[in-house]
Design a protein. Structure first.
Ligand code: GTP
Ligand code: GTP
Ligand code: MG
Ligand code: MG
Lengths: 278, 292
């Protein structure tokens, strides 16, 4: 517990710090938030744990409740590019999104843009079957750019509303793979001017402070539009999203709460903050 | 090395010459911040700092002529106590087949690691059988079969619709008949709080009676590492750990948390997506990395 000498009671600071840090908000962000409370609250309020907690919840809610309009499906087709490091839940999230939009009567085309990992295409194909939509794939070890190009062309020809492009998981530290991502973005624009209309970065809620680095690097490489936070059905709180929203202003569109096709929800700031504090 | 890393952190403290109780506090704060930023669990850090503090403010440092060096030595010793001094090795000199069960959260790298481990053991003269016991993830069976083909090892022919415990039984029987001397069983990713899936894992373990039950942990895991390690240890039992995706820039504090909570050796480090990307885990290297 740091410099809260006059103001917050030390026991309360310890308790709040433990709560914030163990939810992966990060020690720096936690300290910044607790420091900020001193400006926001009066001397009396700082002595009242209930008032302090309420103000802290409001502060965090203010940071993560970023305004984002629903995905506009009027771009003939809207192209959604899904990216992120290995194993975070990109392919599964795409399957869930495809099912949601197909159930809403929209025409969806999926691009099997992970041509590298074992059985990645088969995995997306099964999701396509579950969702009831077309999956465009290439031959074994095809260039992901050509698969994505072909998928967008097909989506245009079939007057699809949405084309979701799956990409291979990649660590942001791998320069050549990040360059490939930039190339894929250029190819999408070539296939359909204005594409990709949305770049969705998928983050795993069990990830610690490295998620901030991921968000920074992916944003720098391909201009991320929004985030999906998966595996919130576990014990991890995904608190690292607070620092990401604060620093990069990226909105969280969706959360993943399980492995089944319906386990996708729109991000709700109140629920998210509520879960952090329970 | 570790000492250099700590010296760096304590640079501001060194300027004071002798180590007083005040600048020990400051040094401890810096070490604490560094560990928390590296994703080491809040409580693990608290216990660690207290252990260091107890020794640092005690006679050990007070009477010393080289207090800063002693402080550094204490931190390094306490870290080594948790992480372990040297690399741990799997003991494969057991009556064959040696049975290895892979478990962990969704997406941690189990299937990939199963392939990597099979390749490594093949290189050591073993005849591995990999067993796809994940029957829920789409194309999981395909994934392990493909990987087995890439590394040139036998793969049990799991059919969709089979149940994990039956797969385990049949695969063991096959290894018996065909003479494979290591059996590596890949399982579905699961949450430790998923009662049904943890029960399934217990059942599979009961059938296999594995020599090694390995928890596969993603190096970028944050505070949740303690929950995961504790639950898997209490409910299933952990003989060892594999930490994956260490080729990224995550500091890997989860390694310290998992070690502190389970005491299980971390045998291997996954350092890439290719089948060759598996190496022995070096505790002192990761301790340096965690300190930043
Ligand atoms: N519990 C839970 N599991 C999830 C969720 N989202 C995805 N998963 C699981 O996480 C694992 C990895 O999901 P994938 O969709 O293959 O992840 P990916 O990012 O496409 O992985 P790569 O393509 O290999 O980089 C699978 O076992 C999924 O079922 C979620 O919201 N909750
Ligand atoms: N860069 C890197 N990627 C890895 C490493 N180990 C695994 N991966 C990647 O991480 C992703 C997930 O790996 P999987 O083997 O499918 O993970 P899993 O634990 O079997 O996943 P589930 O079965 O869904 O729980 C894949 O994209 C792998 O290529 C590693 O050490 N480094
Ligand atoms: Mg994928
Ligand atoms: Mg797997």
């Amino acid at each position: 517990a740091v410099i809260f000498g006059r103001g917050l009671d030390e026991g309360l600071v310890d308790e709040l710090e433990a709560l914030l840090v163990t939810s992966d908000i990060g020690i720096r962000t936690a300290e910044k938030l607790l420091e900020g409370l001193k400006q926001d609250l009066s001397k009396q309020e700082l002595k009242d744990p209930a008032a302090v907690k309420k103000r802290l919840e409001e502060k965090i809610r203010g940071i993560v409740a970023q305004k984002v309009a629903p995905l506009a499906l009027d771009k003939g087709p809207t192209v959604l590019m899904v990216i992120g490091v290995n194993g975070v839940g990109k392919t599964t999230t795409i399957g869930k999104l495809a099912a949601r939009y197909t159930q809403e009567g929209k025409k969806v085309v999926l691009a099997a843009g992970d041509t590298f990992r074992a059985a990645a295409v088969q995995q997306l194909e099964i999701w396509g079957e579950r969702a009831g939509c077309v999956v465009v794939k290439g031959p074994n070890e095809a260039d992901p750019a050509s698969v994505i190009f072909e998928a967008i062309q097909k989506a245009k020809a079939e007057k699809a509303d949405l084309c979701i492009c799956d990409t291979a998981g990649r660590l942001h530290t791998k320069v050549n793979l990040m360059e490939e991502l930039k190339k894929l973005k250029r190819v999408m624009n070539k296939a359909h001017e204005g594409a990709p209309h949305e770049v969705l970065l998928v983050l795993d809620a069990t990830t610690g402070q490295n998620a901030i680095t991921q968000a920074r690097q992916f944003k720098e490489a391909v201009e991320v539009s929004s985030l999906a936070l998966t595996k919130l059905d576990g014990t991890a709180k995904g608190g690292v999203v607070v620092a990401i929203c604060d620093e990069l202003g990226l909105p969280v569109r969706y959360i993943g709460i399980g492995e089944k096709v319906d386990d996708l929800r729109d991000f709700n700031a109140d629920e998210f903050v509520g879960a952090l504090f329970e | 090395n570790l000492e250099d890393k700590l010296s760096e952190i304590l640079k501001k403290v060194r300027g004071h010459g002798t180590l007083s109780e005040d600048n020990i506090k400051e040094a401890l704060r810096d070490v604490r911040l560094s560990l928390l930023e590296a994703d080491v669990h809040f409580t693990v850090v608290k216990d660690f700092i207290n252990a260091v503090k107890e020794r640092a403010v005690g006679q050990e440092v007070k009477a010393s002529l080289t207090p800063t060096q002693d402080f550094i030595r204490i931190v390094s010793e306490e870290l080594t106590k948790i992480m372990g001094g040297r690399a741990a090795e799997l003991d494969l000199k057991k009556k064959p087949p040696v049975i290895i069960l892979m478990m962990g959260l969704q997406g941690s790298g189990k299937t990939t690691t199963t392939g990597k481990l099979a390749l490594r053991l093949k290189g050591q003269g073993k005849k591995p059988l990999v067993v796809p016991a994940d029957v829920q993830r789409p194309a999981a069976i395909d994934q392990l079969k493909t990987v087995a083909g890439q590394v040139g090892v036998d793969c049990y022919d799991t059919k969709p619709g089979m149940k994990a415990p039956d797969i385990a039984k049949l695969a063991l029987a096959q290894a018996d008949r065909q003479g494979q001397d290591v059996v590596l069983v890949d399982t579905a990713g699961r949450l430790a709080i998923d009662l049904e899936l943890m029960e399934e894992l217990r059942e599979v373990k009961g059938i296999l009676n594995p020599h090694y039950t390995l928890l596969v942990v993603d190096a970028m895991t944050g505070q949740d590492a303690v929950n995961v390690a504790t639950e898997f240890k209490n409910q299933i039992g952990i003989d060892g750990v594999v930490m994956t995706k260490l080729d990224g820039d995550a500091r890997g504090g989860a390694a310290l948390s998992v070690r502190a909570v389970t005491g299980a050796p971390i045998y291997f480090a996954g350092i890439g997506e290719k089948m060759e990307a598996l190496e022995v885990f070096y505790p002192d290297r990761i301790a340096q990395r965690i300190l930043g």
